[in-house]
Design a protein. Sequence first.
Length: 617
Amino acid sequence: RERWGAAPDRVVPVVGDLEKPLLGVDPETLAGLRGRIDHFFHVAALYDMAADARSLDAANVVGTWHAVQLANAAEAARFHHVSSIDAAGRYPGVFREDMFDEAVGLDDPYFRTKHASERVVRHECRVPWRVYRPSMVVGHSETGEMDKVDGPYYFFRPIQLLAAALPPWLPLVGVDVGPMNIVPVDFVARAMDWLAHAPDLDGRTFHLVDPDPASTPDTLNLFLRVARAPRFVASLDASRGTLLGGVADSAGAALAGRLLGGIAAWQFGIPQRLLSLGGMPTRFDCVETTKALAGSGIAVPPVSSYAERLWKYWEANLDCDLRHSPALARAVRGKRVLVTGASAGIGRAAALKLGAAGATVLLVARNAERLAAAKSAIEDAGGAAWCYPTDLSSLESCDLLTKRVLDEHGGVDVLVNNAGHSIRRSLELAYDRFHDYERTMQLNYFGALKLILGFVPDMRERGGGHIVNVSTMGVQTSGPHFSAYLASKSAIDAFSRSAASELLADGVSITTVYMPLVKTGMAAPTALWDTYFSLTPAQAADMICDAVVRRPKRVGNPLGLLSELAYLASPSAVDAWMNLFYRLFPDTPAAGGEKRSGSSGIGALVDRLAPGLRLRR
């Protein structure tokens, strides 16, 4: 009510419980509601493919029964029930809006409860009613906002891992299990608002669906493209049978399907019941809804118009796996952890994980609005966070930050120097750009060093502390085009190696994390990286959390170590190899000041070959 700026007489809270008769509304409140309700919207339901049958029954069937009870007792002028297309079960063919009893294949607990709850409305509601059947509801088409991971969102994590494991030009063969009927939540809300207030529509049902849904591979390709992952170029028709359990009729195939389903559930958190549903044989007619919405300007936007918004919101707000090991909880519970660059990417993902594990997280970045959003996400997960908007490239701002934190929190137990700036530009383009070296050194070295010098005295006095410096695998490989960036990261690396020996007896340790390529906004301007294997921000955050737990000297991967060993064995050979790499992959348009317009190097080669590789777009 405060957020809406609404007066108390316009927004009145009514406390109740789905599992109690009359929704648990007390007699006095009921008396005050009687005859005053023009529209009773019953939206509450449990949509969770991982929920058990009892919970689904209690929320969806019993809850609807109690809502109808209350609507009858309060003498509401009209009852609006939000059902689902799943009330049709697995009906083979076109399911019209005037169909209900024709539903078949209601063996799935969710399907059964949605059908049963709609039956309650049709048979027990004594006031005029209208029923709305949305298809799969995703986030807001304009903002991407969504409050939970369910339905198609279960597949976002596998898509993300696919993007990290394989180059985007690799063609894939998918499984087509039928159309994926998706609608954004804002369309559903606008359509319900219009239909609820339109005259002469009582006793009717409205399908809030996409009248022309795309196939499963085509829909997934929209998100695969946004994630810079490989895409499906061809597909197998598996509309008959289940996705992982019954493509073949043999008992061995069914057993293999259950095993694969169990692995998917364990590895990705995808409910086995969702995988067992397979292709849906039902198509949904929405002719009557389209007629009723005529003149409203309300229509289903194509998924392609908002897929990127859905993905980016999920990646920024819902992506981080907040599960944590007992070891991380033991390492940070009750500790003060300061994370720089915490408004986005790796820093935000690490802050969420640390907050969920019990740390008090101090968030530092330039963007105050994004910091506030990260703080809210940490608090929503049960953690504690504080925001400190700061420009770490300003040494004066660094001093003010350390003073505030020392005054308000008494210091920090763990300092994560994650904020950084990268430049990919050859020497040939940098002759007159000395400021490139100044600004990268200012943030990546001097900014991090200022914080270390500001917090280490307190750590030494208390007899303990931990500094985690997020570096790059480039320091180990010394690749071309990155002389400004690698010089700044090498500086903090050299400082840490020297200072660590001095701090050893004081219980203060320093860890350097040599990050491989991570798909963040910092890497986006370089089209070449689209063809490289890379980590997600959540995977990179796991490396930081591992460093916090184990407190090692270095965290990296075998490729970085092999690069260092190769350079020790034959520096000239490594230089020759890197020179070849430099000649094969020249500066990108972004390095010359142009906006990214396409790929370069391997990316350009892939673009030229793509028409011959892609059978599906």
